[in-house]
Design a protein around this ligand. Structure first.
Ligand code: AMP
Ligand code: MG
Length: 421
């Protein structure tokens, strides 16, 4: 049994990010939402694009107004009016000014803006009552960003803020990584599709659906490959097909030590390198992780195989704890692969046998900006999927610790939106 931190390190070490040449494509701005940059985004526009005014006021020559005061006001001739979006028509000479508005381009000759509150206007003359600072209220061209420099680095996920920046910079085509392909297989003679009426002893294959949802939410491409019975030859064929198709294979079930648990044996027969056989965590102990190396140097890189436990709760916990970070690294994301833990005050006593890192599912509530954790009510065993439906977090009790007292702080792996009450 590997400690969780060691299993995590082993898994992340096995993941080699997608190739920034071979596994990248050019897409347009709106298609790039939530994709990951495979090359630096470089703008060809300075920010600001032009020297412009940060205020409504008057564009002036500093030397004309540097000694202005209410005792010694300076009167200037207004020779132009420059709203935002219009190009200045006049050069500002000594004794002159231009009416200017926020965002409008500074006219040649002027270097400073006097805000309108510090002026008085009469017809085409303006009186300056206070000396401004030199270059006051001028936003200088390229002072935020210089064309040709890296705007966004490779490995950045493109979300609203980044998309806004790219749009403003007219970066209309982005080189992004393709989505990792993730094959999903459910193993078990007892499993049926949700639309099939159950015969006695049968069970719906919920893992196929849960894992498809999770893979999609992680920004990868799910390839649902259906249910495979517990028969070694059929399993072997299904696994080979999955390995040939995907970057990552997720199977669930068949990783315990029962008579019908064939996964590890088949992986070995297919030439996999076994890296994780079990992890000191609860739920999720039988997690199996293997690597398939390419047979030829020219082939696409390795395929990572996760044999997840069949128990629906265990499969989900293993996904959040190990698979999601691995998929994020694989997808080209530079960092922050997760999982994200928040600190919460437990509303109840939590317990563990201390022998394994224990995850207790329940609800994260956000009260005045502070998290509280309420364990799920009813049976907290990994076969009980039903009380998982209201859960949004997994409280973690480290190995060696047996309890968290009500009112004490606990780290919670957050996987859903907090409840605001
Ligand atoms: P196993 O690891 O194959 O022994 O499965 C452990 C438990 O999880 C058994 O009760 C299975 O019936 C259940 N199980 C396995 N696969 C699935 C699945 N795809 N969907 C829902 N439950 C499953
Ligand atoms: Mg099974």
């Amino acid at each position: 049994m590997l400690p969780v931190s060691q299993a995590e390190a082993t898994i992340l070490d096995l993941v080699k990010p997608l190739d920034k040449q071979r596994d990248a494509e050019f897409v347009s701005l709106l298609i790039a939402i939530e994709r990951i940059l495979a090359a630096p985004a470089i703008g060809h526009l300075d920010f600001p694009h032009w020297d412009n005014s940060a205020m409504d006021g008057y564009a002036v020559r500093y030397e004309d107004v540097q000694y202005a005061s209410s005792q010694q006001p300076v009167v200037l001739e207004i020779v132009d009016e420059i709203p935002a979006g219009r190009s200045p028509q006049q050069l500002i000479k000594a004794g002159q000014a231009a009416r200017i508005f926020t965002g409008a381009v500074m006219p040649e000759g002027a270097d400073t803006v006097v805000m309108q509150e510090q002026t008085q206007r009469e017809g085409d003359r303006v009186t300056i009552l206070t000396a401004p600072q030199p270059q006051a209220f001028v936003r200088h061209q390229a002072s935020y960003y210089q064309a040709g420099k890296t705007l966004l680095a490779p490995g950045t996920m493109l979300r609203a803020a980044q998309i806004a920046v790219l749009a403003a910079a007219q970066c209309n085509q982005l080189k992004v990584y393709r989505r990792p392909r993730v094959a999903i297989i459910s193993t078990g003679d007892e499993l049926v599709h949700p639309e099939t009426p159950l015969e006695i002893g049968q069970l719906v294959d919920s893992n196929q659906y849960a894992l498809t949802a999770l893979v999609t939410q992680t920004g990868a491409e799910p390839i649902p490959m259906g249910i495979v019975p517990d028969r070694p030859l059929v399993l072997q064929k299904a696994f080979s097909k999955a390995i040939a198709t995907a970057d990552v294979v997720l199977s669930s079930g068949g990783v315990s030590v029962g008579d019908y648990d064939y996964v590890e044996e088949i992986l070995t027969a297919l030439g996999a390198e076994m890296h994780v056989r079990s992890v000191a965590m609860k739920p999720g102990k039988p997690l199996t992780v293997a690597k398939f190396s390419p047979a030829h140097a020219t082939e696409r890189k390795l395929v990572l195989y996760f044999g997840l436990p069949g128990n629906p709760v265990s499969a989900l916990v293993c996904f959040w704890r190990f698979v999601q970070p691995a998929l994020r690294k694989l997808s080209g994301l530079a960092d922050n692969w997760g999982p994200a833990y928040v600190k919460a005050r437990s509303r109840q006593d939590l317990s563990s046998d201390g022998k394994r890192e224990t995850y207790i599912w329940g609800q994260l509530h956000l009260i005045d900006g502070y998290f509280e954790f309420q364990p799920a009510s009813g049976s907290l065993n990994s076969g009980n999927l039903i009380n998982f439906a209201q859960a949004n977090g997994l409280a973690m009790i480290p190995m060696g610790q047996t309890a968290v007292a009500s009112g004490d702080e606990v780290r919670v792996l957050q996987f859903g939106f907090p409840i605001m009450s």
